[in-house]
Design a protein around this ligand. Structure first.
Ligand code: ZN
Length: 310
């Protein structure tokens, strides 16, 4: 399977982020941990029932960070898939809950409902025919028939998309499938998270990191061997340096800055979020990797309280 593994973004207050993604969008908190490189900050993972690759949106809550800005060299919009019959339900829900949203538009033939999270992160729901028969996580008040079914796509804003498209096609198995105005669409084989749109916006401002901005986009590798081969191609075929492999406990990661400026990651499908918790209780307890477990007391003392409502 190819395509997006996860997307990581910056948010403000952790509790507000948790309330929005679980209660308004109906995703599951599949892991409550900390940023391994900055353990005084949470790392919250949302996804489907077990956080399958292609469904995972993660956040670093930096409460006092300045607002970010969409711009050149970053993802400008994250799209989720919903069943074609669900968009009316979601429009009603957004109105009822005061979620900032726009009127639906057609994009590449699909009805797309753009909205923003409480920190201004730009997202959309895309109506995908046939997705109603796919499994979906459903808890709380969102009927399963309307629930989100993983990522549809990410849209990158770039000065010029050619070298980025070359990485996506040569390394990650995407193919160019269409163009609408200044947006080029690339598609991989996986239905979930299988689309990257490149928005060429030459001359626009560069992106600014901060609340409501995407931090990086991770693409899938089946295992360590596949990941090493993808990283080799990035270096050998595209002249881009990659980091060493980092153990993120739920997957292993190699990072690189793609030629258009976006931070990309190659993440393994293995071992997944059930490696340290059973599926029934995912996200309930603060989980720490072994090397941080010794500092649990100190870490818990600096993290803001975060109640996970059932
Ligand atoms: Zn990541």
């Amino acid at each position: 399977m190819a395509g997006v593994h996860h997307v990581t973004a910056i948010c403000g207050r952790a509790e507000r982020n948790l309330a929005f993604y679980t209660h308004v969008l109906g995703l599951r908190l599949v892991k409550k941990t900390v940023n391994f490189d900055d353990p005084g900050t949470y790392h919250l993972y949302y996804g489907d029932e077990v956080g399958h690759p292609g469904t995972i949106l993660t956040f670093f809550p930096w409460e006092y960070a300045p607002l970010g800005r969409a711009g050149i060299g970053q993802a400008e919009q994250i799209m989720f898939r919903v069943p074609a019959s669900a968009l009316g339900y979601w429009m009603h829900r957004f109105l009822e809950r005061g979620v900032a949203h726009e009127q639906p538009i057609k994009r590449f033939g699909e009805t797309t409902l753009a909205f923003a999270d409480p920190d201004g992160l730009r997202m959309a729901l895309v109506a995908v025919a046939g997705s109603e028969v796919e499994p979906a996580w459903s808890a709380g008040d969102i009927p399963r028939e309307h629930a989100i079914r993983g990522f549809h796509s990410v849209m990158l804003m770039l000065e010029d998309g050619a070298r980025t498209a070359a990485v996506l096609t040569d390394v990650f198995g995407f193919a160019q499938v269409g163009r609408e105005g200044s947006v080029h669409r690339l598609r991989a084989k996986g239905a979930i998270g299988g689309i990257v749109d490149i928005h060429e916006a030459g001359g626009f401002l560069p992106a600014a990191m901060g609340r409501g901005a995407v931090h990086h986009i991770a693409f899938r590798a089946a295992d360590d061997g596949a990941q090493a081969e993808l990283a080799r191609k990035v270096r050998d075929n595209h002249g881009v340096q990659t980091t060493e492999r980092k153990d993120r406990h739920y997957f292993r990661s190699i990072y690189f800055r793609e030629p258009g400026g976006t931070l990309f990651e190659i993440a393994t499908d293995q071992p997944g979020f059930t490696v340290d918790e059973s599926p029934a209780v995912l996200g309930h307890a603060l989980k720490l990797p072994q090397f941080l477990e010794l500092r649990r007391k100190e870490i818990e003392a600096v993290l803001p309280p975060l109640e996970v409502a059932a």
